[in-house]
Design a protein around this ligand. Structure first.
Ligand code: ADP
Ligand code: MG
Length: 605
């Protein structure tokens, strides 16, 4: 195995970037980052091949930011991405890493967003522009985008741009940028046509390929849960509660910060859990592992690095809460279970955009990974009732109950309460902290059918023109939605909901502005009454959109917070997905009561 630097500071990145990385909690460079950052820092051209989710964005964003001249306000770096979602996402990533660079500006430009906004942004000046090929060509033709000072161009997801028919546009753009620029091309696969483009436009590129590791892991059952509808934290606790052969688990997340946040939330829900990350001293880490071994802890939430090589035979489950960067990391992770001749279970949480990584993992482990449905409310209730009955029987068999019989008799005699009622009241008291009847609010149903895969808005020249015409013809109108920043909603969720559940084509969804209590979205002006009605009822995070045509007075009493993809709000919103919801009344108050004993999250054997 290649020896990679295991800190970002080893690259000699500016302090401002290292501070930002510490803030986002990246512990070590991923393999693609480890290989690409030094090459790009030297100003060399690069051809990088690695799967989705391996951290390619930071692999180019960090060296680009390191070499930026902040005093120069004309674009120095241009990043081309196949879809507008990606353009926004990449711009957000730049913003996050440049958090400590004063005056830094990154501008996403893509079809579907109002031209006026983009022209204004370009006039104001941006150090880095991230755009879809069509819209970038548009601006180059109008001369609103000037690339005279351009030093580097990055083609992100080149194979996807090829697949979507943008490759001619990309070549056109390459021909209209200064010759002496640095060029980096990233792709998940390297089809012949991409290679051809690379040979033609890259100068003696260094090639980096992160290979998928191949192994077999036969003693481990692998399953995955497709992340949708229900928050990951809730899903995790349901799964933990319903697993039959659960003994102990390692839960993998991507950042140090996430280890702590998730450990805290699980603790609040009654689990014996601790975080394990590279910030902890060696002594502390050893103590955590020791406690996991001897049963003092049942769950450890860890980063890849911190958990490397852990050998604790009682680990029955590995939960991939965040998908790993590469198949090799996955294999390392799940190897923490199924040890010493035992069997183990690995569960992977997969978001729609991570499906490709799932397939790569299947190939690497030479196993199909079966999807699971979350245990339903009824499943959990049945289980709890069965456990409750069993515990009552155990107490009857094992404890001496004379004193308590006496108390019950007093109740029965003095107040003439039938024994059955007394027993029912006691059962009620005993289950309070871990209810036998589960409410829909706490345990919502998983959507029955997976929503149609979120289609990225594709655009081509024709569509751009069509859309531009639509704007100027007034075919698009503004609509009001009763969800805003306060509700933690993200623009991409709104797009996703309108597209998947409302059947509105991604390309006819215009700009989205988030306000505190509501949002404004641009949609076709001529929506049929039926469609409007349907859109009104669509829910995000279990709250109805309440969509209706926008009237000017709506805006009067609130300062607009136009969604600027650079505003860094994506991060906060992402954190929301990890379940910031307070654990309603389910925290244990620390006192040892019967209820607390009963609610022990698992049976020890
Ligand atoms: P790709 O472009 O290869 O699909 P991304 O750049 O989108 O991958 O990164 C995927 C996820 O991994 C993002 O959420 C990103 O914040 C996270 N990530 C990237 N690099 C690191 C790192 N070194 N440590 C922790 N998380 C990282
Ligand atoms: Mg990417």
């Amino acid at each position: 195995m290649t020896q990679y630097p295991d800190t970002f500071s080893a690259f000699g990145l500016p302090a401002a970037l290292l501070t930002a990385l510490a803030e986002v909690g990246y512990e070590t460079p991923s393999p693609i980052q480890a290989e690409c950052i030094p090459i790009l820092l030297e100003g060399k051209d690069l051809l990088g091949e690695a799967q989705t989710g391996t951290g390619k964005t930071a692999a180019f964003a960090l060296p680009m930011l390191a070499r930026l001249d902040l005093a120069q306000r004309q674009p120095q770096v241009l990043v081309l991405t196949p879809t507008r979602e990606l353009a926004i996402q990449v711009a957000e990533a730049f913003q996050k890493y440049a958090h400590c660079l004063p005056g830094f500006h990154v501008l996403p430009i893509y079809g579907g967003q109002s031209m006026v906004v983009q022209l204004r942004g370009l006039q104001r000046g941006a150090h880095i522009v991230v755009g879809t090929p069509g819209r970038v060509m548009d601006h180059l033709e109008r001369k609103s985008l000037q690339l005279g000072q351009l030093r580097a161009i990055v083609l992100d997801e080149a194979d996807e741009m090829l697949r979507m028919g943008f490759i001619d546009d990309v070549e056109w753009i390459l021909e209209h940028t200064p010759n002496e620029r640095q060029t980096a091309l990233f792709s998940a696969t390297m089809p012949e046509q991409i290679r051809r483009v690379a040979h033609r436009y890259l100068r003696a590129p260094r090639e980096v390929k992160i290979r998928a590791a191949t192994t077999t892991v036969s003693s481990i059952t692998q399953r995955y849960w497709s992340v949708r509808g229900i928050d990951k934290l809730d899903a995790l606790t349901r799964i933990l509660e319903a697993e039959n052969d659960f003994d102990a688990a390692i839960v993998f997340v991507r950042t140090k910060l996430a280890t702590e946040e998730l450990a805290q939330k699980l603790e609040a829900r009654g689990y014996a859990v601790a975080a394990l990350n590279g910030d902890m001293t060696q002594g502390l880490r050893e103590r955590v592992i020791e406690q996991l071994k001897n049963g003092g802890l049942d769950i450890v939430v860890a980063t890849d690095v911190a958990a490397r090589g852990i050998d604790v035979p009682r680990i029955s489950h590995v939960i991939n809460y965040d998908i790993p960067y590469d198949t090799e990391a996955y294999v390392h992770r799940i190897g923490r279970t199924g040890r010493a001749g035992r069997s183990g279970t690995a569960i992977l949480f997969v978001a729609p955009r991570e499906i490709r990584m799932l397939r790569a993992i299947e190939r690497a482990t030479r196993q199909t990974i079966e999807p699971i449905r979350l245990p339903t409310r009824a499943d959990l209730a049945d289980r709890r009732i069965a456990q409750f009955k069993q515990q009552v029987q155990e107490v009857l068999a094992e404890e001496s109950l004379d004193f308590f019989r006496n108390v019950v008799e007093q109740l029965e005699d003095a107040d003439e309460i039938p024994l059955q009622d007394i027993a029912a009241a006691l059962a009620f008291l005993a289950q309070r902290e871990r209810p036998l009847q589960l409410s829909v609010d706490d345990y919502p149903d998983e959507p029955a059918h997976p929503p149609a895969r979120e289609k990225p808005a594709r655009e081509n020249r024709g569509e751009i023109l069509e859309r531009r015409r639509a704007f100027s013809d007034g075919k698009l109108a503004r609509y009001w939605i009763g969800l805003g920043r306060q509700h933690g909603v993200m623009p991409k969720e709104i797009v996703g909901a309108l597209a998947n559940e409302g059947g509105i084509e991604g390309r006819s969804i215009g700009q989205i502005n988030l306000f505190d209590r509501f949002s404004i979205v641009e949609l076709p002006a001529n929506l049929a009454a039926g469609t409007l009605d349907q859109l009104k009822r669509i829910k995000i995070r279990q709250q109805a959109l309440g969509l209706r045509p926008f009237v000017e007075k709506d805006e009067a009493h609130q300062t607009p917070r136009t969604r600027r993809p650079g505003s860094g709000q994506g991060e906060a919103a992402t954190r929301k997905e990890y379940g910031d919801r307070p654990a309603q009344g389910r925290e244990f108050k620390g006192k040892k009561t019967f209820a607390k004993t009963f609610s022990e999250p698992k049976k020890r054997r």
